[in-house]
Design a protein around this ligand. Structure first.
Ligand SMILES: Nc1ncnc2c1ncn2[C@@H]1O[C@H](COP(=O)(O)OP(=O)(O)OP(=O)(O)O)[C@@H](O)[C@H]1O
Ligand SMILES: [Mg+2]
Length: 478
């Protein structure tokens, strides 16, 4: 950055003022270009990048305020300085309101020019550093959310850092629940598009006939129900990133259109004749074996190769099962925070047992388990006995199991229709009564045992007592 020359644009309709300003700035080692009026200045600003613009206030065509407004609107980060004739302080004030950093009064003084310019450049540098720092803080926290020390995860994180800032397409591959979306978000936030939107589209969840308009937008009247023009996700992602999740589920006709955006960065909204150009980075993900899909003709080969420029493979949880304790620890912290719990840890026996489970749902399944434990148990350690049955094949002597077994008279649907609300209600009521029995009728303790608030317990108890006890009374009378 330091050896790149600072570029300054001087806009003034007076030849002598331009010359004077230019020679002073050149002597300071800056690169200088000049414009003779506001319109020319704006045209140059659109074409090339500058660090600083010094613009005269009164100029033909577009005046200095117009130039400042253009700078403000363009969000290019150029700093504007306004030059005014002596005695037009009011205009200078207006200029400052329009976003000028400072002003210079005519006739110019060499020292004043040097001083104001160097101050403006210092400000610009500070602002730039600030933006970078903010981005670093934000993005490093995003990549830190990817928990794991297994070599595959370490390599993955390195790769993410390396490729994030390139604009190339990235294909994230891995089984369900392995963190593909997490990786997509980290990539986006580490890229220089991090401040722009990341627009996710779940291609598998949107019905095929809607997906095209969802992606590319449509014009009014394009199909029944298209009562207005509507922007698609590609247009919304302009300047940023689009995340095409479950791309393996996309129909071949849409695959062609996506290929075109990848190659030409352009598309037509549904029903439109006009082409839209966008600057979008594409990150795609799938849990399918795309190569297999290509071989079997379900996925276009050309799109596959275009997407597969940089593939990132995510391991299943069992392939990095050594990371399980770390992940459990991470999720315990997360749910303690978000659910106001004080779970201390999962016991070593419990962790060892969990490391033997096959984890078909990968990290998502593990996250759900920890969440469930945090909901059911307020605090303390989580042990084998707390785990749901499926994690403990063969069974552990669960303290509550006998009682639970007796309770769980789940009706079979083969025997006809049931009233779900009623069955669930009965089940809940029996558990509440059991908890109350175990706690000698102390509602606070019973509520804790059930992982609900005391007020909730009281409410439910009232409701069910009304419902079931009157029925009991009626049947015993009858
Ligand atoms: N390495 C990890 N560290 C911390 N959390 C993770 C990790 N991997 C996944 N998760 C968490 O697991 C959950 C599932 O992750 P994510 O949604 O990214 O998976 P996915 O691969 O996109 O799954 P699917 O294919 O089902 O869409 C998320 O809540 C995510 O935060
Ligand atoms: Mg996902």
């Amino acid at each position: 950055m330091t050896d790149v020359k600072v570029r300054i644009l001087v806009a003034d309709d007076e030849w002598t003022a331009r010359e004077m300003m230019q020679s002073v700035l050149l002597s300071q080692g800056y690169e200088v270009e000049t414009a003779e009026d506001g319109a020319q200045a704006i045209a140059m600003l659109e074409e090339r990048s500058f660090d600083l613009v010094i613009t005269d206030l009164k100029m033909p065509n577009v005046d200095g305020i117009g130039v400042l407004e253009h700078i403000e609107g363009s969000k290019s980060g150029v700093i504007g300085i306004i030059a005014t004739g002596f005695g037009t302080v009011e205009s200078a004030v207006q200029a400052m309101k329009t976003g000028a950093y400072d002003y210079l009064t005519k006739p110019f003084h060499v020292d004043e020019i040097k001083h104001v310019v160097s101050k403006a450049l210092e400000f610009r540098e500070l602002r730039r550093e600030n933006v970078q720092l903010k981005r670093q803080i934000k993005s490093s926290s995003k990549i830190d959310q990817i928990v794991g020390r297994h070599p595959t995860i370490k390599r993955l994180k390195e790769l993410i850092r390396t490729v994030a800032d390139s604009d190339s397409t990235i294909l994230i591959l891995g089984p369900s629940g392995t963190g593909k979306e997490l990786v997509a978000r980290a990539l986006h936030s580490l890229s220089d598009r991090g401040d722009k939107p990341l627009i996710p589209v779940n291609c598998g969840a949107i019905p095929e006939d809607l997906l095209e308009s969802e992606l590319f937008g449509h014009v009014k009247g394009a199909f029944t129900g298209a009562v207005n023009d509507r922007q698609g996700r590609f247009a919304l992602a302009d300047g940023g990133t689009i995340f095409l999740d479950e791309i393996g589920d996309m129909s071949p006709s849409l695959q062609v259109k996506v290929l075109r955006v990848l190659q030409e960065q352009e598309f037509e909204p549904v029903g439109a004749t006009k082409t839209v150009r966008v600057d979008v980075r594409v990150i795609a993900a799938t849990n399918r074996d795309l190569e297999q899909d290509v071989a079997e003709g379900r996925f276009r080969e050309d799109l596959f190769y275009r997407l597969n420029v940089i593939p990132l493979h995510l391991p299943s949880l069992t392939d990095r099962i050594e990371d399980l304790p770390l992940l459990v620890d991470h999720f315990v912290k997360v749910f303690n925070r978000t659910k106001g719990r004080r779970i201390t840890h999962f016991t070593p026996a419990c962790l060892a047992q969990l490391q033997r489970y096959p984890w078909p749902g990968n990290v998502r399944e593990l996250e759900n388990l920890v969440e469930r434990m945090a909901i059911l148990h307020q605090e303390g350690e989580i042990d084998l006995a707390h785990l749901p049955d499926r994690f403990v094949p063969g069974g552990v002597p669960l303290a509550a199991e006998g009682a639970m077994g007796a309770l769980a008279a789940v009706p079979s649907l083969d025997e006809g229709a049931i009233d779900l609300n009623r069955v669930v209600g009965e089940f809940e009521y029996r558990l509440i009564r059991q908890a109350l029995d175990l706690c000698g009728g102390v509602k606070n303790q019973a509520a804790q045992r059930l992982g609900i608030k005391r007020t909730t317990l009281v409410e439910k108890l009232k409701k069910y007592e009304r419902l079931f006890q009157t029925e009991e009374a009626l049947t015993s009378v009858g």
